[in-house]
Design a protein around this ligand. Structure first.
Ligand code: PLP
Length: 400
């Protein structure tokens, strides 16, 4: 068992801020991964939707290799010959005028907060240092000090204060709550179209549309965090499209990196983005030529291979088959596209237990919060691969 050795050295020298499922991945292809002992698994987590194109997608690898032979980093002190093409591809796909590139998702959320605040102070006329941003209960937007300042998950905050002020929390899924919370100092409403980390929590139909309308009526920016729900995960390119909603500010990340490296960004109209002046904000690695090459390839693969459509089709099939199982231990099955949560009844133990059992059968998934197993495979998964997983999922959900 080589795997145990790798686990031991990891635990010995690494900070223990994670509790991984005990599998050691040593190579991968498409929807499949192999552990250090050669056992094969299907990846039903896709690194929290950062692998929508699958592992080592040949077109993305080719783009990386080509770029590695030319130049990888310039900083934004200079232009490079990939960044403009990347900006064009990403604004085109997102149907937005302008983009500001960053690396991790949390950085992009921070960027959107700065954008909304500066817009609030300089355009909306909110008195300096008093812009408010409204967020939802059970949100997940990342792990930086400012972002955890509006988390409602006690563990994400405990011991990490003092926190950044300027955030208000409302109930997720209740549009009236938003209307009540808005004041003349409200700059923005920040929302996940489906709350992924909270357990694939879907707001009632019409919620995004209604909150979008409320924001427009009160001159409040509607900021959609589509870091996890974007790029086809829910069966549309962006989840907001399910309700015909166009955000003022769109935050993207994860799958934009094509499973290779962190690539994130914030998009908006030219007017909103124009509040950023040279020197206001930046990132050494943001928009580096290698990341741009990856981002372009990642978007091209999604579009050319119709992964959004496949997500819708395979997701509907997968959810339907899961529901047919009629498992006695399951409380709820929900999702859109290939973004699926299976909620385990409390009296049947936590989701973690079932994720570990699934791992032993060759299906990799991860619990989110205590009771939900998340199934979010790469978007190019085929029906027979879903069937392979379903056979194993069935034996866990039915025979337990
Ligand atoms: C993953 C995620 C983030 C944070 O992204 P990182 O790259 O981990 O910093 C923010 N918002 C949502 C909705 C996410 O799923």
């Amino acid at each position: 068992m080589k795997s145990q050795k790798f686990i031991d050295v990891t635990e010995k020298y690494g900070a223990q801020n994670y509790k991984p499922i005990p599998v050691v991945i040593s190579h991968a292809k498409g929807v499949w991964v192999w552990d250090a002992d050669g056992k094969k698994y299907i990846d039903m987590l896709s690194s929290y939707s950062a692998l929508n194109q699958g592992h080592l997608h040949p077109a993305i690898i080719k783009a990386v290799k080509q770029q590695l032979g030319r130049v990888t980093l310039t900083s934004r002190a200079f232009y490079n010959d990939r960044i403009g093409e990347f900006f064009k591809a990403v604004t085109g796909a997102c149907k937005m005028d302008k983009v500001l590139p960053m690396n991790s998702g949390a950085e992009a959320v921070e960027t959107a907060i700065k954008l909304a605040r500066k817009w609030g102070h300089t355009v909306k006329g909110i008195p300096e240092n008093s812009a408010e941003i409204i967020c939802c209960k059970d949100n997940f937007h990342g792990r930086t000090t400012t972002v955890i300042s509006f988390s409602t998950e006690p563990q994400y905050r405990a011991g990490f204060g003092p926190f950044t002020p300027g955030f208000k929390i409302i109930e997720y899924g209740n549009a009236e709550d938003l209307e009540k919370a808005i004041t003349p100092n409200t700059a923005a409403f920040l929302v996940e179209p489906i709350q992924g980390e909270a357990g694939i929590v879907m707001p009632p139909a019409g919620y995004l549309r209604k909150t979008r309308e409320i924001c427009s009526a009160h001159n409040v920016l509607f900021i959609a965090d589509e870091i996890q729900t974007g790029f086809g995960r829910t069966g549309k390119l962006f989840c907001c499209e399910h309700e015909g909603v166009k955000p003022d500010v769109l935050i993207i990340g994860k799958a934009l990196g094509g499973g290779i490296m962190p690539v994130s960004g914030v998009l908006s109209s030219a007017e909103i983005m124009s509040v950023f002046k040279p020197g206001d904000h930046g990132s050494t690695f943001g928009g580096n030529p290698l990341a741009c090459a990856v981002g372009i390839a990642a978007i091209n693969v999604l579009i050319k291979e119709k992964l959004v459509q496949n997500s819708a089709k395979m997701g509907a099939y997968f959810i339907n088959e899961l529901k047919k199982l009629q498992s006695p231990i399951v409380k709820d099955i929900r999702g859109k596209g290939l973004f699926i949560g299976v909620e385990i009844k409390k009296e049947c133990g936590t989701a973690r237990k079932y994720c570990e059992q699934l791992m032993h059968l060759g299906v990799l998934s991860k619990e989110t919060h205590d009771q939900v197993i998340r199934f979010a495979p790469p978007l190019n998964i085929k029906k027979q691969e879903i069937d392979w997983a379903l056979e194993r999922i069935k034996s866990i959900l039915i025979n337990n």
